[in-house]
Design a protein around this ligand. Sequence first.
Ligand SMILES: O=C(O)C1=C[C@@H](OP(=O)(O)O)[C@@H](O)[C@H](O)C1
Ligand SMILES: C=C(OP(=O)(O)O)C(=O)O
Length: 449
Amino acid sequence: MSAIVITLETQANSSDHLIIQRPAAGLSLQGRIRVPGDKSISHRALMLGAIAEGETQIQGLLLGEDPRSTAACFRALGAEISDLNTELVTVKGIGLGNFQEPINVLDAGNSGTTMRLMLGLLASHPGRFFTVTGDSSLRSRPMSRVVKPLQQMGAQIWGRKGNTLAPLAIQGQALQPIHYHSPIASAQVKSCILLAGLNTEGQTTVTEPALSRDHSERMLRAYGAELSIDPDTNSVTITGGAKLYGQTVIVPGDISSAAFWLVAGAIVPGSDLVVENVGVNPTRTGILEALALMGADIQLENQREVAGEPVADIRVRSGGLKSCTIAGDIIPRLIDEIPILAVAAAFAEGTTIIRDAEELRVKESDRITVMAQQLNKMGAKISELPDGMEITGGTPLVGAEVDSHTDHRIAMSLAIAALNAIGTTTIHRAEAAAISYPNFTNTLREICQ
Ligand SMILES: O=C(O)C1=C[C@@H](OP(=O)(O)O)[C@@H](O)[C@H](O)C1
Ligand SMILES: C=C(OP(=O)(O)O)C(=O)O
């Protein structure tokens, strides 16, 4: 039985080709693995640590490019953040309202979360001027979704294309509280307004059309903010002016990263994998529900609560998958997992429909178009819908030359598809994985042994 060959080749332009040569038979995935820290929680631990009084200690921080961008921005705003490459990261907070005016542009890199959440804080710091930018992907992503409500609070923000695109310039102001009815279920929009509200006298409320991830709400409370939540209307109200105090944050493994292994274990015959220590906050577990609908054999073991977030070990064993329909309120609870869900659907019997996911078009890439194009190169049958995809599974995939379009979730989803495709797949620009999962290729090798 020949083994799988996984090669990472760095090109002259310093981008990587990930080459996966799958054996004709005999591959199964085995082992107990861990995934890196949750990206959403990592950003928030750094940000709230920076605006709190005293010291925050963070265990298990994600060392991906995105949280590194957050750390760099908040260092420039005055917080003392220790070396990120250590087991315990400490943040010496400067207290709410105390940002220093950075002497240069704040660079959020590839991270929408960094830019949108930070904008809420910057806009509400009177007397300071800030400029923010990002990489070419982030500079093309819509910022009006946060700029508009911040302007309703009195913020002064300027940007390209009618203040909708970064680079943005912000003249900090004392803001007015609002009740904002967000047209989209977005944790970034919700968190931006809550952070602006934190630094604004009075009560600021955000209502969203469906519940998005609630890490900000949980962590703001833990740091000492006054928050009330109305689950019937998906509304959160924050009372401005509270002092935050440094906390110990233990970051669980990221379910969005675990999703790659859950799908890999479900589709590669004979597999039995356990992903340990994964955050299973109910606002993030849509992927588990979707895979259950598809008939995947997934079990939660050792369920517990760690530092205010539910955590479990997740076991997956391979088995035939069937198609399903994913739409409506579940979408925000699995938004980042749709690329890998498309891979699962390509191996499932029947036609899977994904709808209400137009947000995918404004992520790091247009994830609807890119996933359809790239997986179709491998022989998948995916047609685009304006707000999703129609995926007819069951035909074997074959190795091909594919491209991540510099989108981390696309790079990793294509690698998992390659594990179950006949022959050799080359993923161009695979280095994008480091945005949220720096050790992805090592874990891939580990479970294929
Ligand atoms: O708040 C967060 O940490 C995130 C919210 C989501 O974005 P939207 O708020 O744009 O849906 C998600 O896609 C992103 O990866 C992380
Ligand atoms: C969309 C994502 O992140 P962000 O919006 O923070 O760039 C993601 O991680 O898939």
